[in-house]
Ligand binder design. Structure first.
Ligand code: FAD
Length: 391
């Protein structure tokens, strides 16, 4: 049968990428190879991501990919975002998480639910990548159970007074704009939670020391402290009590980004493993000629391909305005496991060389673990998925 692309598309099962998608993927790949790869080992070692590199990512449009061009964004679809995230995460998972928080949690949240004034004042510089944002939900005693918010926001008439501590905040010190969740009325439980835009230099807002992490060490993670921080009323996003819904909706999209980050870590480790297996010789032949190595590569590729399809499907559901909540949890659950399993095998394929910094795969193995933890642990993804199955 001779089906052309148009006919295939008419069946609703066209797996090919558009010219524009391919262009974005290539652009992200080139940027990652030319500008992120040099220095990635040092950034991991020193836990530092240079400001110039953040600015460069901003200039290239990586921080506001899906935001409306009216507010300085790229106006791209979620599929483009997944493709770019994969390429960036293949090389530097720390750059990918900074991108992920800014794009899917901060910019998307403001665009969907912010007022016109909030979009103009805050979304525009964030989408242009002139400044970076942070998403501040987790607390020392509120991680998986985000309903247990202890940070309070007392309604003082024309402003709210914020008090409390946030934990593990990505972009904690590099950000300028923070979306902060707080409990306004504990008696209303989740309906008493609000989310506020807080500017960095607001009096009473302070940033704790940088966490010394296992992986994604190039990205900065901090605790944030709020002591009688005055937040103008116009900085509340949405109606009173909308905060928890805001968190759940943004995280559903965020999980597509983390699935793409996990996919990138896995495919980066896989590409390195294929190249190494062809080069490294034992017993007079490349290790790629040993069947046990060939089978490892076949398994890795199969898992990665499945993770890619799940992630792109979740993005496609989002782009076509269908329900993507379960699909994004499914993609994140699976892709994060693939990232972990694949990077462990990548280290194995590299033997002793896999255990040292210069060969990159040990960093990828350390970076992979976080994808099973943040934006909802794997156990929480299973709760989301099983709830949908059983309702
Ligand atoms: C590097 C890093 C960056 C982060 N960035 C951000 C950020 O930018 N913004 C932000 O708000 N947060 C961020 N987080 C926080 C992250 O989202 C939380 O760590 C995560 O949600 C888990 O919460 P927790 O650490 O309190 O673990 P807990 O909730 O205490 O969970 C501990 C264990 O119990 C399991 N568990 C908990 N409840 C259940 C249940 N009902 N059923 C089965 N198992 C359960 C969990 O799966 C986990 O294995 C970040 C964390 C890290 C480490």
């Amino acid at each position: 049968m001779n089906q052309d692309a148009t006919e295939l598309s008419a069946t609703g099962m066209d797996f090919s990428l558009s010219e524009e998608h391919l262009m974005i993927k290539d652009m992200a790949r080139d940027f990652a190879k030319n500008e992120l790869l040099p220095g990635v080992i040092e950034r991991d070692e020193n836990q530092k991501f240079p400001k110039e590199l953040i600015n460069r990512m901003g200039e290239l449009g990586f921080f506001g990919m899906m935001a409306d061009p009216q507010y300085g964004g790229g106006g791209l679809d979620a599929i483009s975002y997944v493709l770019a995230m994969e390429e960036i995460a293949k090389v530097d998972a720390s750059a990918a998480v900074m991108m992920s928080v800014n794009n899917s949690l901060v910019c998307w949240g403001l665009q969907e639910f912010g007022s016109e004034a909030q979009k103009e004042k805050y979304l525009t510089p964030l989408a242009k990548g002139e400044v970076i944002g942070a998403f501040c939900l987790s607390e020392p005693e509120a991680g998986s159970d985000a309903t247990s918010q202890k940070t309070t926001a007392v309604d003082m008439g024309d402003h709210y007074l914020l008090n409390g501590t946030k934990n593990w905040i990505t972009n904690g010190s590099t950000a300028s704009t923070y979306l902060v969740f707080a409990q306004t009325d504990a008696s209303k439980r989740t309906h008493g939670i609000n989310v506020f835009i807080v500017e960095k230099n607001t009096p009473g807002f302070s940033i704790g020391p940088k966490e010394n992490k296992l992986g994604i060490r190039g990205s900065d993670t901090h605790s944030l402290m709020f002591t009688d921080v005055r937040v103008p009323k116009e900085n509340r996003i949405g109606a009173d009590g909308f905060g928890f819904t805001f968190a759940m909706k943004t995280l559903a999209g965020g999980r597509i980004g983390i699935a793409a980050q996990a996919l990138g870590i896995a495919s980066g480790a896989f590409e390195r493993s294929v190249a190494y297996a062809k080069e490294r010789k034992t017993f007079g032949k490349p290790i790629a000629d040993h069947q046990s190595i060939q089978f490892k590569l076949a398994d890795m590729n199969t898992q990665i391909e499945a993770a890619r399809l799940l992630t792109l499907k979740a993005a496609w559901l989002k782009d076509t305005h269908q329900d993507y909540v379960t699909a994004s949890s499914t993609a994140k659950l699976f892709a994060s496991k693939v990232a972990m399993d694949t990077t462990i095998e990548a280290v194995q394929i590299h033997g002793g060389y896999g255990y040292v910094r210069e060969f990159h795969v040990e960093r990828m193995m350390r970076d992979a673990k976080i994808t099973q933890i943040y934006e909802g642990t794997s156990e929480i993804q299973k709760i989301v998925i099983s709830r949908a199955l059983l309702k």
